[in-house]
Design a protein around this ligand. Sequence first.
Ligand code: SF4
Length: 393
Amino acid sequence: MELSPSRRPVDQILDDAVAGKRISAGDAHTLLLDGDLIELGLAADAVRQRLNDGAVATYNIDRNINYTNVCVYKCRFCAFYRQPGDPEGYLLSREEIGRKIEETLALRGTGILLQGGVHPDLPLSYYQELLGYLRETYPMIHLHAFSPPEIKFVARKERMSFHAVIAALKEAGLMSIPGGGAEILSNDVRREVLAYAKTSAEEWIDVMRQAHGNGLRSSATMMYGMGEGLSARVEHFQRVRDLQDETGGFTAFISWTFQHEHTDMPDVPETFAVEYLRTLAVSRLFLDNITHLQASWVTQGKKIGQAALKFGADDMGSIMIEENVVSSAGTAYKMSQDEMEHLIAAAGYQPRQRTNLYERLVSKEETAELAEHYSRALTPANRGMASPLPVVA
Ligand code: SF4
């Protein structure tokens, strides 16, 4: 893998990427090092316009449900987990998860992202029964669940292959897999931040390979800014692009910056907006085989999230009805559907709600009946987010 800068002129690399010619890992490294922010943004935007509808920016409405915070691992960047036996540890009941789904439907949501810590006591049958219950009770909701570290742990516990575990979960109702647990797909970094044990770079990629082989789509993520070098980020890009060449199973690439509050890495310097936008733009230029890139307004704030739509992102991700992992590390932005649409429209795009796998747009009529049906389930905390929708031309 070419992890050092390519020494090609930045202009030439940008011209190639805009023209649809594949750039190398070394080129990506050069852009991260020497690319001018505005030139990177213009090139990334040109690629984004080529790969996606230039008039539209999308978002979705789903809910992150962290069914447990109990975890056998101790990733240094994580402020969310509680060790087994900790009095602050929790495991949500099926009914509590169901209640959160009803609130999601009332807010015109179409899916949930279900992931947790890696609980040591939960066998495969727990996940199968939970999925079966949710599938039967809420057949209209998309179940995007269980990231590679959870899949790996269950596979080891049950002495099964990744492929067999995913097949069993799919049979029980799993519809797609979130890209959590990737952080930086470089084993030196993973060892440093204590993420290697939960999944090595190769294991994370292999879980996704098996998911795609089972016919499930997944997202790819990257969390950076933990003090790693640029070559580690380039290695991550390369691993993701290589698997996408092989399977075509990634729906989107979602990157965000490390949030250090309450973690075991409080002294790592914060990654600011310019580096975020540069990294986003370079990912758009390098990942020529992944159609969608999400802006991370949850970690960057709404204003930088909006600006990200001009630096390669075509999607704003979810309105985030609930999010526990990033907010545990000190970041707590929230947004209503109205505000999301306003934010996108003010950036010059038509806002459109999409399904969880980006396969189509969701009309207001489509979600109206369920939203009305479940609106009685709204809690005082989120009732204000369900304001009437503006008509979007
Ligand atoms: S990042 Fe995930 S695996 Fe690591 S400690 Fe936190 S909850 Fe556990």
